[in-house]
Design a protein around this ligand. Sequence first.
Ligand code: ADP
Length: 140
Amino acid sequence: MAIERTFSILKPDATRRNLTGAINALIEKAGLRIVAQKRVQMTRAQAETFYAVHKERPFFGELVGTMIAGPVVVQVLEGEDAIKTYRGVLGATDPAKADPGTIRKEHALSVGENSAHGSDALDTAAIEIAQWFSGNEIVG
Ligand code: ADP
């Protein structure tokens, strides 16, 4: 299997409840290496750009508001099949449908406040990583 990099965000509901370490433990237990990480306050413009694919959805305003409600932790995760592996660690978008042991089942509050983001494909991962990290900030 290929070594990949994926992009992750620990969302404001997670940082607010001091869950960075607990979520990172689940990430590392799954064999993913955190090769870049920083805590940032997203601007509205950054959140709108990041989730531009959802801009016609009825929940877009709520989504942007949720993402800028407090600091986030942006990360690059590296490992075998990292995109799929991390989607598995995240669990379903709706925490009520997520499997036990996943980030969203164990920590998320709702569909809107679902604690973490992970890229859904290699091409989007590359775009999202480039949006938040310069090359020398990623140390594999
Ligand atoms: P995922 O984050 O699992 O890839 P999506 O890309 O479909 O899910 O949606 C992006 C984010 O938008 C979700 O993580 C969630 O926080 C939010 N979202 C999705 N659907 C809804 C909804 N029906 N109501 C409120 N927020 C939603």
